[in-house]
Design a protein around this ligand. Structure first.
Ligand code: GLV
Ligand code: MG
Length: 314
């Protein structure tokens, strides 16, 4: 596949993505007041089939009545998946009645580029019918074996003209089921899915998308959450889901550069500048070789720090 020419994906802070069932209004209100960077209002698997219409109504009210922008949140709606007869209803009702307040739509169980095109076309139609000029981004949940087989082609959609694709998320719970894993894991081990996480991350970085790690099911195990989130952060992920308010702070901490990393990044940048002035490309800093690649790492850290300080959401 070709190299992307120029990508115009809006930046959103998504260190923590708090997933909330659309059927639970109390939880939605709490989510708006939480420290989560992003709130994911769910129509899919956390909502039982008999509650789908109620969830849609609640989500429409919450989008219209809560000032999500003032609350500093990116607000995303997870619709039902491409295989579900609810998907079209989710999109048409929510876009028509509250489209202006949505930042992104999350498509679960994306298995092929066609799944994304189908939603993108419906979304554009919904916006047109409602006379909305507002741009809504798309985020895809990769959580089926076929989705991972096609992950590069799905990520590559970001290179299409006017693509709305912004991020890929890894859904370990459905992925376990799809792979017929012997462990009923809700993301409680990075070791198990390391190659899959790595593959998704590389696809995101190749085509300029955000990479987000999904849920960790045991909300009474903060240390386990931190360990798994750290593994994802070290790999390069931008954020992680929280399925309980207690996980928000953990995600925000783990997905932000530490003060030691920021100091180290600044030292590297200073050392490289001095080295360059004396005609050296590679130097030693505390016994480690530092060169242009270290400079790129340091620039990433400084850039992330600046974005977090400005709490940039669009
Ligand atoms: C999220 O939806 C997951 O299946 O992990
Ligand atoms: Mg899932």
């Amino acid at each position: 596949m070709d190299k992307p020419e120029s990508l115009t994906i809006p930046f959103r802070l998504q260190r923590s993505v708090l997933a909330v069932p659309g059927s639970n209004t109390a939880m939605i209100e709490k989510a708006a007041a939480s420290a989560a960077d992003c709130v994911l209002l769910d129509c899919e698997d956390s909502v039982t089939p008999d509650q789908k219409s109620r969830a849609r109504r609640n989500i429409v009210s919450a989008l219209n009545e809560i000032d999500w922008k003032k609350a500093g949140k990116t607000v995303s709606v997870r619709i039902n998946g491409p295989e579900s007869d609810q998907m079209q209803l989710d999109l048409s009702i929510i876009i028509e009645q509250a489209g202006t307040h949505i930042n992104t739509i999350m498509i679960p169980k994306v298995s092929t580029p066609k799944d994304v095109h189908t939603v993108e076309n419906l979304l554009l139609l919904g916006l047109q019918v409602s006379g909305l000029k507002h741009k809504i981004g798309l985020e895809c949940l990769i959580e089926t074996a076929l989705g991972l087989v096609n992950v590069e082609a799905i990520a590559y959609l970001s290179c299409e003209t006017n693509s709305s694709l912004e991020a890929l998320h890894f859904g370990a719970a459905d992925f376990s089921a799809s792979c017929q894993s012997g462990i009923a894991t809700f993301g409680q081990s990075n070791d198990l899915w390391y190659p899959s996480l790595q593959r998704l991350l590389v696809a995101c970085r190749a085509y300029g998308l955000r990479a987000i790690d999904g849920p960790y099911g045991n909300f009474r195990d903060p240390q386990g959450y931190i360990d798994v989130a750290k593994g994802a952060a070290e790999m390069g992920f931008d954020g992680k889901w929280a399925i309980h308010p207690s996980q928000i702070k953990l995600a925000n901490q783990v997905m932000s550069p530490t003060s030691t990393e920021i100091k180290q990044a600044q030292r590297i940048l200073d050392a490289l500048e001095q080295a360059q002035n004396s005609g050296q490309g590679a130097i030693s800093l505390d016994g480690n070789m530092v060169d242009a690649a270290s400079g790129k790492w340091a620039a990433n850290i400084m850039n992330k720090t600046k974005l977090i300080a400005n709490k940039l959401c669009v």
